[in-house]
Ligand binder design. Structure first.
Ligand code: FAD
Length: 407
């Protein structure tokens, strides 16, 4: 008799798992509580879906922030090339953009979802929408089926939980899988938002909210220890800071957020000495202007008065009256601007959840639970997360594929 595989969750992890199971000859049933598949996938990559990253395996693993070694064997069986082939074979052409990011040629995430749907249809997966699973039926430490919210019990030989993490709850990922996994004896690593904006104690970013800073350098420090430094883009917001550099920093903040500081260097290409010379040049060229106007070319216009306030320099004073000490304070404000993190933004606004089912309770080759027989986990419900660039969908698809394969 056919093996019956039940998949809970119709995100990239669940859809890949169901496809893999059906391709191996199993009869696969997928339960999704939403009215459609891939609701989160639809909003990925700002509606364009950064499906994966066309990079080598080492680069992929370097971009997995938590538990990269857990991915070794599954990524060897289903990597970005396999995912790209799978999606394009099912009718969605792909392109590679800056940073090896892979998108559909149409720039529409809906085309990626359609490709998944076509694949499920072609291999005969039975998809049940609007069907929330209430619980997993376990007998003698073996998962034997699921109980739907309408109290019907569906029996299966293998149960795959692919219900996502905790972010963007309106897409369906409300932590159900984490709760069930915990109840069934799995260790759950406490969840926190990752790839998310950061709130700061300092209120000055509020005054200049909306300004995007390019080519700045941000150092993330915990207490006195520098964790990482990177150059790139960031955004000043009403709550503090966001943008690519900050989202990446948030992924590395495993301790309480308030233990971290961000040190901003607005002019990383210039040494302090070079910056001093540059300021002196601007002053000479604009000696009769107010300082705020004389330094206009240094930073986005709105930021100059804020920075002068931070440096304690009178903005309306004439440029030629600026003292050496004031110049030094401006340099300090430009090169070592410290922001004190008070918190992450809400997990509901995070791109990904850090934390989840402890990977020590999971077989990395098959995604099988070590606690309950015939039970499997895949995707964001696991304590594996990565940086932006298409790596999180790849993790979902890779772990989904491993879970769906006949083991
Ligand atoms: P999900 O996609 O969350 O799917 C889980 C599914 O399970 C949901 O459909 C849910 O309704 C269903 N479910 C939950 N509980 C039940 C239940 N009890 N019964 C039945 N069904 C249930 N990653 C990238 O790699 N590239 C990007 O461009 C990208 N952009 C993103 C943009 C945003 C705004 C967000 C929020 C995330 C983005 N991500 C991106 C991350 C990526 O979307 C997720 O990591 C990925 O979707 C996780 O896949 P999953 O299948 O594990 O979970």
């Amino acid at each position: 008799m056919d093996q019956r595989v039940i998949v809970i969750g119709g995100g990239p992890a669940g859809m890949t798992a169901a496809y893999a199971a059906a391709s191996c000859g199993a009869s696969a049933v997928l339960f999704e509580k939403n009215e459609k598949l891939g609701k989160k996938l639809f909003i990925t990559g700002k509606g364009r879906c950064n499906l994966t990253n066309d990079c080598d395996r080492d680069t992929f693993l370097q971009n997995v922030v938590h538990h990269a070694p857990f991915m070794y064997s599954s990524i060897a069986r289903f990597d970005h090339k396999d995912l790209m082939a799978f999606i394009s074979e099912h009718g969605c052409k792909l392109k590679v953009e800056r940073g090896h990011r892979v998108f559909p040629v149409s720039d529409k995430s809906s085309d990626v979802i359609k490709a998944f749907e076509r694949a499920l249809d072609q291999c005969g997966v039975e998809v049940h929408l609007n069907t929330p699973v209430q619980s997993i039926v376990v007998e003698n430490q073996k998962a034997v089926g699921v109980k739907l919210e309408n109290q019907r019990v569906i029996r299966g030989d293998k149960i795959i939980v692919a219900t996502g993490g905790l972010s963007y709850r309106s897409t369906g990922s409300d932590g159900w899988g984490l709760k069930i996994a915990g109840q069934l004896g799995h260790n759950i690593v406490p969840c926190r938002p990752s790839l998310v904006g950061l709130k700061t104690k300092e209120k000055w970013p509020q005054k200049v909210q909306g300004i995007a800073l390019k080519n700045v350098e941000v150092t993330l420090a915990r207490r006195k220890k520098k964790i990482r430094t990177e150059r790139g883009e960031m955004l000043l917001t009403h709550f503090g800071v966001s943008g690519p550099l900050i989202l990446t920093d948030s992924a590395y903040m495993d301790r309480p957020a308030e233990e971290y500081r961000l040190i901003l260097d607005f002019k990383p290409a210039l040494s302090e000495q070079q910056l001093d010379q540059r300021i002196q040049r601007e002053i000479r060229a604009n000696e009769n202007k107010q300082i705020v106007h004389a330094l206009a070319s240094l930073l986005p216009k709105k930021l100059i008065p804020v920075l002068l306030d931070l440096a304690g320099v009178d903005k309306i004073k004439k440029a030629n009256q600026m003292t050496k000490a004031e110049r030094q304070r401006i340099i300090e404000a430009l090169k070592h601007q410290v922001l004190t993190v008070t918190d992450f933004c809400d997990i509901n606004t995070a791109i990904v959840t850090s934390g989840g089912v402890n990977v020590r309770d999971i077989n990395p080759k098959t995604m099988a639970s070590k606690k309950i027989e015939h039970l499997y986990f895949a995707g964001e419900v696991l304590d594996v997360d990565a940086l932006t660039g298409g790596f999180n969908i790849q993790i979902a698809a890779t772990t989904g594929f491993a879970a769906g394969m006949r083991s």
